[in-house]
Structures are given as C-alpha cells and as structure tokens.
Design a binder for this molecule. Structure first.
Ligand SMILES: O=c1ccn([C@@H]2O[C@H](COP(=O)(O)OP(=O)(O)O)[C@@H](O)[C@H]2O)c(=O)[nH]1
Ligand SMILES: O=C(O)[C@@H](COP(=O)(O)O)O[C@H]1O[C@H](CO)[C@@H](O)[C@H](O)[C@H]1O
Length: 206
C-alpha cells in the first residue's frame, strides 16, 4: 500500500498543481495533505481533490508535519512530496516509487534535473536535501529528531538511513522544479526564510 504525504504551509497557489496529478495515479492508495497551520486557503484548495487533509493548528515546521502525516497514514511505502512542485508527472512518481516497490532500494531521493538552472544547481550541490522521497514505512520508526527538525528533517532521515545501512537510490526528476522561497515571499522575506532553513539544516547536522 502506498501513502503519499504532502506537507503544506501556505501553498494555496501551488498545491493544486501537485494534487491534480497525484489523484490520477492508480497505484496510490491514499494522499494525505498535512496543512501545517496555513493562514491562506491551502486547506480549501486541497479539499478540491481526492485527498485527506490533516490539520496542524499552528505552524510547526516540515519535520513535524511529515511526522503527523506518517502517523495518520496506513501505507507500507511512504512517498513524501513537496506541495510546490512544478512539472510533476505520473512518470516522475513511478520512477521515485518503483525502486522501493521492487525492493531495489529502501529509500529513493528525487533530484531535479533540467527544470530550472537555479533549482537544478541547488540540487546538484546538495542532492541529499531533496524532499522528494519514497521510503519503506518500517524505516521511519524511531526517528526521534524528526518532530523538532523543521527543515532539518532530510538530514535526520539521511542520518537514520546511513546508520541503518539502508539502500539509498537517487532518481533524476527530469524537467521538474519548484517555487523558490523568494518567489513565494518576495526577495527579502524569502531570503530570510532561506537563511532560517539553512540554520535548521546546520543545527540538525552538527
Ligand atoms: O513550516 C513549514 C515549512 C514548509 N512546509 C512544507 O514543506 C515543503 C518544503 O518547503 P519549502 O517549499 O518552503 O522549501 P524549499 O523547497 O523552498 O526549500 C513544502 O511543501 C512546504 O509547504 C511545511 O509543511 N511547514
Ligand atoms: O534545494 C534546496 O536547496 C532547498 C531550497 O530550495 P529553494 O531555495 O527554495 O529553491 O530545498 C530543499 O531543501 C529543503 C531542506 O532539506 C527540503 O525540505 C525541500 O524539500 C527541498 O526542496
């Protein structure tokens, strides 16, 4: 059984682009949107699609949102996808999930390629930060730091995977990109959000 978790904080403008693709993919058993205390219409937009929406009352960060999604899901394979992807297709989804389904990988990490120069570059430099992942549920247990990790969640996942000798496979996601923070929030607020994200990542790393 495959559960897809989409953490979402103020993604009303973006989430429909992702959910409209996901709801048509047959092999997905459930799509869980975790509305992470959004102050926009993320929830209303999400409810237009065939998904379950789980609400967090306050904005709690990506790590806690993912954890809440996992706890409220049933799948033995969990696919994590950001709500602001651009260019997602069924083919991308299958390329991310198939290595785990076929037991060729315990976790896959999807890497943007050929999408946009800046987002391609960011993922080339730091592919391990990518939030697009498929992973067996049994490997998601006991990741204590997850709840507090905010944007450090990918580092926590990577560390857990390495510690447990998981087979990790990187999968290229051709022509995919996402909406950058500066595009969502404007240059200054976006850049500040980016610095805070790097802080979450470094805090989890050291
Ligand atoms: O407090 C937060 C911050 C982000 N997100 C979600 O986590 C994903 C990745 O966040 P974002 O797009 O801001 O990060 P970026 O990809 O720009 O680094 C997106 O679906 C966000 O809506 C969340 O659920 N809670
Ligand atoms: O690719 C990256 O460098 C960052 C930042 O992306 P943008 O600067 O908003 O394009 O985005 C990723 O990193 C986050 C922290 O690991 C993840 O949570 C996001 O899912 C991922 O897109």
């Amino acid at each position: 059984m495959i559960s897809v978790i989409v953490p979402a904080f103020n993604e009303g403008k973006n989430i429909g682009r992702v959910l409209s693709v996901l709801e048509k993919i047959d092999i997905i058993d459930e799509i869980i949107v975790v509305n992470d205390g959004s102050t926009d219409d993320t929830k209303e937009q999400a409810l237009k699609y065939n998904v379950k929406v789980f609400d967090l009352e306050e904005n709690s960060g990506k790590g806690k949102a993912l954890k809440a999604g996992i706890e409220n899901s049933k799948g033995d394979i969990i696919v994590m996808l950001d709500a602001d992807l651009i260019g997602l297709t069924e083919k991308h989804f299958l390329s991310l999930v198939n290595p785990v389904l076929k037991d060729e990988a315990d976790m896959t990490i999807g890497i943007f390629a050929g999408g946009r120069k800046f987002t391609d570059f960011a993922q080339k430099v730091a592919p391990f930060l990518s939030g697009q992942r498929a992973i067996k549920r049994k490997f998601l247990e006991n990741i204590q730091e997850m709840e507090m990790s905010r944007f450090g969640v990918e580092i926590a996942l990577n560390r857990h995977a390495i510690k447990n000798n998981l087979r990790i496979v990187n999968v290229p996601l051709e022509n995919m990109t996402h909406v950058m923070k500066e595009e969502k929030l404007g240059f200054f607020r976006g850049f500040y959000a980016r610095l805070r994200m790097y802080f979450d990542i470094i805090k989890m790393w050291v």
